[in-house]
Design a protein around this ligand. Structure first.
Ligand code: NAI
Length: 506
């Protein structure tokens, strides 16, 4: 099969341009690097040579390959050197005026058949191409950092991009060893749009006083399986990057409540608590290492009360079996005795609502998050309500930690931590599909490769049960009255019809 683009030019030899040049040369293309900063393209070329020698030393490629790739990498002196390029990739500063001026210049020198792409992560492709004579040959080619390791690229089609250009870019991405996903030209494309659920929902529960930062991170790592907690992720990315992205996507979607940013990050950013690179973010860093935050140990409670489990609890049979295995006293009466610890396990409701609706003694009532099977998680999460007595809180903590599994005690929260964060992630992913921004398969692929989530959000929603996710959202919306939690029609219809969230209409 012949290579889609033999001659490729890359403008901007920074972090992204270098990475793209690397994989393009490795695919077998002749690559020209251009940068306005004197010596930058040559420097990038040398750095790539060093990089390839390292790969060779690790046995990942041969000496012949390194020689061939190095020989395929050229430095261009000016835009006028790019007349023979079949594909021109722009990876310069993220400014619309700079990109528009550059594309106007390219249109004058590039061959009429050349495809012109931008690696922008936040600007509209249509706007970049607005004043060109041939906007049909312009698309987005959005790679992730570091390019050779993040093996996914969003091929972004504006309303004016030719279908054939998209197809060619998809084929070339594959030749470079990347998975291509096709996205419509919309704010955040796929990955940066789908990523809105995680951090913003974590900020909401932090703002609500549900738990502290370290507890939320532990829960989302140990219970939901995220590699990094949301606040660890904020610290890694830096609030100087993440807060403006949250604001920008929210504004570009005309104040869509699902993407609403938080005053917490606005104020922390203003205070200079940027993250890891400044030594202080949500965590403190010494020598770039986060300083550990101690976790409260389970108290010792000699006389554990008997436990009464609400008949409406999620996974009630599993919970009763676990209590039995721990040789705890279980009450089986229709109502709890005056001594009992009362346990509810809601989906999307808070403990307060269940205590009120089920007529339970709130001072002895706690909730446990059983969205996921207990055996599938490394941590239990137990919520109190504002009326829960201190002795009952202590008893609940001791009791659920009886087999040594860590327990996080949190304040009341509709959807605890995991339920509400996962529901937000699945709901936003669903709505991206409802808006036709990409196919469900591309959504899941882009998010698992681009964000490193343990699963694509739609497959995750299927595993949790679309009806469960829908119930969580409905109930959260009831408790909070916030349109942020309104379910996407994509999720609502598929759940109602018993279809997979990955299902596409005939
Ligand atoms: P960078 O700052 O590392 O490199 C940009 C390079 O472009 C610099 O070497 C600069 O001298 C050069 N440059 C600026 N104006 C130029 C012009 N008119 N002509 C030729 N060269 C010019 O930036 P980085 O991080 O590589 O980003 C490049 C683009 O990729 C931006 O649009 C950015 O938003 C996007 N992007 C960045 C990601 C990242 O994680 N860094 C991820 C995905 C996209």
């Amino acid at each position: 099969m012949s290579l889609e683009f033999q001659h490729v030019a890359i403008i901007g030899a920074g972090a992204m341009g270098r990475g793209i040049a690397q994989i393009a040369a490795q695919a077998g293309s002749q690559v020209w690097l251009l940068d306005t900063q004197a010596g930058a393209a040559q420097q990038a070329r040398e750095a790539l040579g060093v990089q390839w020698h390292k790969l060779q030393a690790k046995g990942k490629c041969s000496a012949e390959q390194v020689q061939q790739w190095r020989a395929a990498l050229h430095v261009a002196g000016s835009v006028s050197d790019l007349a023979t390029a079949e594909l021109i990739v722009e990876a310069v500063v993220e400014r619309l005026d700079v990109k528009q001026a550059l594309f106007a210049q390219l249109e004058e020198v590039a061959s009429p058949q050349a495809v012109l792409v931008s690696n922008t992560s936040s600007l509209s492709i249509a706007a970049i191409a607005a004043n060109l004579r041939q906007p049909g040959r312009v698309a987005g080619y959005h790679f992730f950092n570091p390019v050779p390791l993040m093996r996914v690229v969003e091929v972004v089609a504006s309303v004016r991009t030719d279908a054939e250009v998209v197809e060619r870019l998809v084929r070339y991405a594959q030749a470079m060893g990347h998975q291509a996903v096709v996205a419509q030209d919309t704010p955040g494309f796929i990955v940066n749009h789908a990523g809105r659920g995680y951090g913003t929902e974590a900020l909401r529960l932090l703002g609500e006083g549900v738990c502290d930062v370290a507890t939320a991170d532990r829960i989302l790592r140990d219970q939901a399986g995220f590699r990094l907690g949301p606040f660890e992720l904020f610290d890694l990315t830096g609030l100087d990057v993440s807060h403006p992205v949250m604001e920008s996507i929210y504004q570009q979607y005309y104040a869509e409540p699902r993407y609403r940013p938080s005053v917490i990050t606005a104020q922390r950013l203003a205070a200079g608590l940027v993250g890891r690179k400044k030594g202080q973010g949500f965590y403190r860093y010494v020598d770039n290492q986060p300083q550990p935050v101690a976790e409260a140990a389970a108290p010792s409670v000699p006389d554990l009360p008997p436990v009464w489990v609400s008949p409406k609890a999620a996974r009630r049979a599993e919970l009763l079996q676990w209590l039995k295995d721990q040789q705890l006293a279980i009450e089986t009466g229709a109502v709890a005795s005056s001594k009992a610890l009362i346990v509810v396990a809601p989906l999307g409701f808070d403990v307060t609502t269940l205590a009120a609706v089920e007529g339970l003694d709130a001072s002895r009532t706690v909730g446990i998050d059983l969205l996921l099977p207990d055996a599938a998680t490394k941590r239990r999460v137990v919520a109190t309500n504002p009326a829960t007595r201190q002795d009952m809180r202590q008893a609940a903590h001791a009791l659920f930690a009886r087999d040594g599994k860590p327990v996080s005690m949190i304040r009341d929260s509709a959807g605890f931590v995991t339920q509400r964060v996962l529901a937000a992630v699945v709901n936003i992913a669903s709505d991206i599909c409802q808006q036709g921004i990409c196919s469900p398969a591309d959504l899941d692929l882009a998010v698992s490769l681009g964000l490193g989530y343990p699963s694509g959000p739609l497959a995750w929603g299927d595993a949790l049960g679309p009806n469960n996710v829908l119930e969580i959202l409905f109930n959260m919306q009831t408790v909070y009255g916030d349109p942020r939690y309104r379910p996407s029609p994509w999720l609502r219809r598929r759940a109602a019809l018993g279809l997979s969230l990955l299902h596409t209409e005939a």
